[in-house]
Write a protein that binds this ligand. Structure first.
Ligand code: 26Y
Length: 792
């Protein structure tokens, strides 16, 4: 396809789909016309992959996830179809700039954070590898809330990504499932019959996901909840308009909004309904496909690998048993074994408050048959495993982690450390009973989005140096090793980073009205706000540094910009106070004429995938400072390393593996290990001891508690300070001094450009293992037993 072909296609879509002529088209119109023109190419490849799959009838992967944080799709499609030059040319002909058109697309923010973005990277890698797969999730009308600040406080507004025409999905009116809740269980001819009282329709919307070079494409199928019966005409005719529309509104509530919470599994009925809704619809779809191909039910595990992304779809275990046993007459034990043969479960957290539990009362009310089956599964497991102490229920609650584990043939953690800790802590007893079940699959990120499209300058340099093969074989980045002592290469590497930083500074000035010096060290912490991620450790160090600079402004400080971004769960009060504190500190520091040339603080609002794509290529230092043992893996850490930002971090999650690969000299390590954290917690008054030992920490805390950053409300941070000086569960104080020292080491390295750029380039050259292609190949071999196919 030439640029002229693409231009003609754009004009055709503009006229015949949008009914607009070039003289009247807005940026939005052009974006839709370009999307439709690119989509045509994508659909051709999608059909080719689908027909290859129909012919081969292979085992498919089904990735069940409450979240797919896919972000913008137009650029992905253009890059993977290799249409970038043509698109640039076609738009230039029309007087437009590709970047502006691409950035007009709203982010599809159907996820909270790491788990949702991982699912999106996996979908892209599955397509690149050519592994036949479906992603299954929910088509939320409102994704993750939009964040802004009012007087430094987080304000949440609904994110309505569907308010604009969404060019990437196809509504499948022929594919729909009826999903029921509540009601009762009776018996007929010795079989349980569940008649749910309330019903909604799950309607399918398909988005094609295209792999690198368009070699393969899979489907992301998202379910939308719709009423079984339209609105009530009789009531409407009686003038009861609101009541007439009510059943529709109630049904639609299920897919209305993404749960904006990654901290607690609060017993929210709607959340449980969402989980069952999409899991049940997906399983029926999977069984329908299997039955159409005419296999014997016992062979289901040979044709379907069903991956549960955390416990959110864990009801899949009991539901699949119900579909096989109650609805298809398979013996219970065989149904359990068959379901287990299909299912596998990924755990993403060890934090007890994030492990889902549902009250038995709620479960019995909403899913009475599943509650019975959970008891039967529990009994069957007990019979299988005499002497076992684990149960699926406890204190009137059902434990979804245990259900997922019991019903899965493989259970995986997401980094080496996390997997080890799973074996020792949350699943210790189940691991003893099933020693071969837990495996590790360290997370990864897709290099197409996180290097190739996000960082074109670096990508060009890499391709010029080692050829193009790295894009789908990221370990080829190792070949850069030979250039790490070549001054010309290091100069070019430094230049790419410098230009990325200058671009970012320009964007900041234009969009946020803030000026920063592109020569300063860009020190970046972007992720959900959570105590265990310790944004407050970072801001404490910032305050301490500010006080040092103030006391001695002429000491040759390395200019630094501290950049924060991230959302707090709306109900997580402490996390919101941390946001407020950072904004308050920023206000004082940025206005300080003495210190601000050396130290600025920015909190960018509404962190999302697109902001990450802009920020990561411009970062110098990657903050990965969680309390050891708490961050399951992290994936931002991998994106920064690949883009040449060394890590300042603890031995937590995948940081451990990043450090092993990039080398200890190219990683600013600090802080307690997971084992030391446990020991330290047992020391009485550990926070007070740490504060006494380091006057910088004491001084920073005192400044905050005395209202230095909240002069009109001096006690604003009393709670935060009391937490830190009291229990300090996440050991912010005890790690402070080590963090301070690591920051000084980072500064010293940054002050010597030769040292720094070599360190940064080492990070790029040695992070190739963190591709999600590698992760997906791991799942295929260790868990799914699937192989790639080729499309004609
Ligand atoms: C229970 C429910 C409200 C809930 C919703 C979302 C619980 C958890 C979550 C999200 C968890 C999450 O994003 N976990 C992150 O998964 C990443 C991918 O594996 C990891 O890199 C990261 O360390 C982990 O925090």
């Amino acid at each position: 396809m030439t640029a002229a072909d693409l231009r003609d296609a754009i004009l055709r879509h503009l006229a015949y789909e949008l009914g607009t002529d070039p003289g009247h088209a807005t940026l939005h119109d052009w974006r839709i016309a370009l999307s439709l023109a690119v989509r045509d190419r994508l659909v051709d490849r999608w059909f080719a992959a689908n027909s290859a799959t129909r012919a081969a009838q292979p085992k498919r992967v089904y990735y069940l996830s409450m979240e797919f944080l896919i972000g913008r799709l137009l650029e992905d499609a253009i890059v993977n179809l290799r249409l970038e030059d043509q698109a640039r040319g076609a738009l230039a002909d029309l007087g437009l700039e590709l970047d502006a058109v691409v950035q007009n697309e709203p982010d599809a923010a159907l996820g909270n954070g790491g788990l949702g973005r991982l699912a999106a990277c996996f979908m892209e890698s599955l397509a690149t590898i050519g592994c036949p797969a479906f992603g299954y999730g929910i088509r939320y009308e409102n994704g993750l809330f939009r964040q802004s600040f009012q007087d430094g406080r987080q304000v949440e507004e609904p994110e309505d990504w569907l308010s604009q025409f969404h060019a990437w999905e196809f509504e499948r009116r022929d594919v729909a499932q009826e999903i029921r809740f509540g009601g009762e269980v009776t018996e007929k001819d010795g079989r349980a019959v569940w008649t749910g009282a309330e019903a909604v329709i799950a309607a399918a919307f398909d988005t094609p996901i295209i792999g690198w070079k368009g070699r393969w494409a899979n489907t992301l199928r998202l379910w939308s909840a719709q009423p079984l019966h339209g609105f009530d005409l009789a009531r409407f005719n009686r003038g009861e308009y609101a009541a007439a529309a009510e059943p529709e509104a109630t049904a639609r509530t299920i897919s209305r909004v993404l749960y904006p919470d990654d901290t607690t599994g609060q017993g929210k009925e709607l959340r449980l309904k969402q989980e069952y809704f999409f899991t049940a619809a997906s399983l029926r779809d999977i069984l329908r496909r299997f039955e159409e191909e005419g296999g014997a039910l016992a062979d289901l595990p040979k044709k379907a690998a069903i991956q549960l992304n955390d416990t959110h779809p864990a009801i899949a275990g009991p539901e699949l048993v119900r579909l096989l046993h109650d609805e298809r007459g398979m013996a219970l034990d065989e149904a359990i074994a068959t379901a287990r043969g299909c299912l596998s479960y990924t755990n993403h957290t060890l934090m007890p408050e994030a492990l889902e539990r549902w009250s038995e009362d709620l479960m019995t009310r909403l899913l009475p048959r599943h509650m019975q089956l959970i008891e039967r599964i529990d009994e069957a497991h007990a019979a299988e495993m005499p002497g076992r102490r684990v149960t699926l229920r406890e204190h009137g609650e059902v434990k979804m982690g245990e259900i997922a584990f019991t019903m899965a043939h493989k259970v995986n953690g997401v980094s080496a450390l996390h997997t080890d800790l799973m074996k020792e802590t949350v699943f210790a007893e189940l691991h003893r009973l099933h020693p071969d079940r837990i495996v590790n699959e360290t997370n990864g990120v897709t290099p197409r989005r996180w290097v190739l499209s996000a960082n074109p300058r670096l990508s060009r340099l890499i391709t010029e140096t080692i050829g193009e093969g790295w894009v789908d074989d990221l370990e080829q980045l190792e070949k850069l090793e030979a250039s790490l002592s070549d001054p010309a290469f290091l100069d070019a590497y430094a230049k790419a980073k410098r230009e990325n930083k200058a671009d970012f500074a320009d964007w900041l000035a234009a969009e946020q009205g803030v000026r920063v010096d592109p020569e300063a060290l860009f020190d970046v912490q972007i992720k959900r706000i959570h105590e265990y991620k310790r944004q407050h450790l970072n801001i404490l160090e910032t305050v301490a540094l500010w006080r040092e600079i103030k006391a001695n402004p002429g000491a040759g400080w390395v200019p630094r910009v501290k950049i924060f971004a991230g959302k707090a769960a709306p109900g997580y009060v402490f996390a919101k106070e941390i946001i407020h504190l950072i904004n308050d500190v920023a206000e004082v520091l940025n206005a300080d004429p003495v210190t601000s040339p050396y130290l600025k603080v920015l909190f960018l609002p509404n962190y999302n995938v697109s902001l990450a794509e802009r920020l990561i290529p411009a970062a110098d230092l990657s903050e990965q400072i969680s309390t050891a043992g708490k961050e399951a893996s992290g994936t931002g850490n991998m994106k920064f390393a690949l883009n040449g930002a060394p890590t300042i971090g603890t031995l937590d999650g995948a940081n451990v593996e990043i450090r092993e690969r990039v080398g200890a000299r190219n990683f600013f390590l600090f802080g307690m290990t997971a084992a030391e954290v446990e020991a330290r917690r047992a020391v009485p008054d550990h926070a007070k001891l740490a504060i006494q030992a380091d006057p910088r920490l004491g001084g920073a805390l005192k400044a905050i508690s005395q209202g230095a950053f909240s002069p009109k409300d001096r006690h604003r941070y009393r709670g935060v300070v009391a937490n830190l000086t009291g229990q300090d569960y996440f050991l912010v104080c005890s790690d402070f001094t080590a963090y301070w020292d690591a920051q000084r080491r980072a500064e010293a390295a940054y002050a010597d450009p030769d040292v720094w750029h070599r360190m940064a380039a080492c990070n790029t050259a040695r992070s190739g293992w963190f591709s999600s292609d590698r992760t997906i190949r791991g799942y295929m071999g260790d868990i799914w037993g699937t192989v790639p196919l080729v499309a004609e």
